[in-house]
Ligand binder design. Sequence first.
Ligand code: URA
Length: 299
Amino acid sequence: MPFTLDPELRRALAARIRYYNEMGIYDFYRRPVSDRFGDTTGVSIAVGEAEIAVSTNPESGEEMSPRKATAVAPRVVEENIFDAIALKPEQSVSDPVKALKIIREDLGDCTRCVLHKQGRKQIVFGVGNPTADLMFVGEGPGADEDEKGEPFVGRAGQLLNNMIKAMGIEREQVYIANIVKCRPPGNRQPEREECATCSPFLMRQIAVVKPKVIVALGATAAKTLLAMSASMIQLRGRFYDFKPAGVRSNDPNWDGCKLAVTYHPAFLLRDPRQKGEAWKDLQMVMKELGLKAPGKGVE
Ligand code: URA
């Protein structure tokens, strides 16, 4: 059941977010919270490393300190309040190259999650056509990407390049990014919290690029972008209507895009028998984009 935010709480939160925006802080993300205290009169959000809680509880009549924040932990708020109120600095910029640069600068030498201290060499932001119709989203950088600072440049990247070619286009024509921008140690899967912390930057990149179609490569990308948990079999084979969470494009004519899910190229390297299935997914995307295949599929 969707949970509708109390109007008073929404106003209090909007005022707090405006206050942070005025101080030049635009990144807010939700920390996992529990409702073991049973208080649903507040909402907690994270600002950088700190957690704040905004409460409309007339009993409390106070703003909660970071230490007290967990004591007013709400149940999960389904409605994305940030859709309505969070302004991003790149939204006033019409040039997508400049807008992406603003997001990259905002990311800075990021220390927002533990991945910054687990051996990353550099942040892997994203690459490609800033006005691409097609965007690919992977999981996170591996060793080669961490070394080069570009997504999908290793073995999985070579296969992704082949997949793109099979669609009748070039890598330079698409935009490629990952859910997390720092290499998880030992190529482990990024943790949920790492995805939740990093993905707001990806959402902003998507709102700048304004693709017609996003292809989520693998379960981590699919589940994070769609905010749902299901198996790859359940997720593949259809389009989803997608709008980047927590951010709006500055183009009133762009109202989100379609999203398709396919297998991660690294999985296809391990199990090449699934390439035919991935090709079906890509053909669905090609049809949507009016692309014609030069050959017979993914090799
Ligand atoms: N795997 C990913 O998910 N992303 C990359 O950039 C490279 C490998």
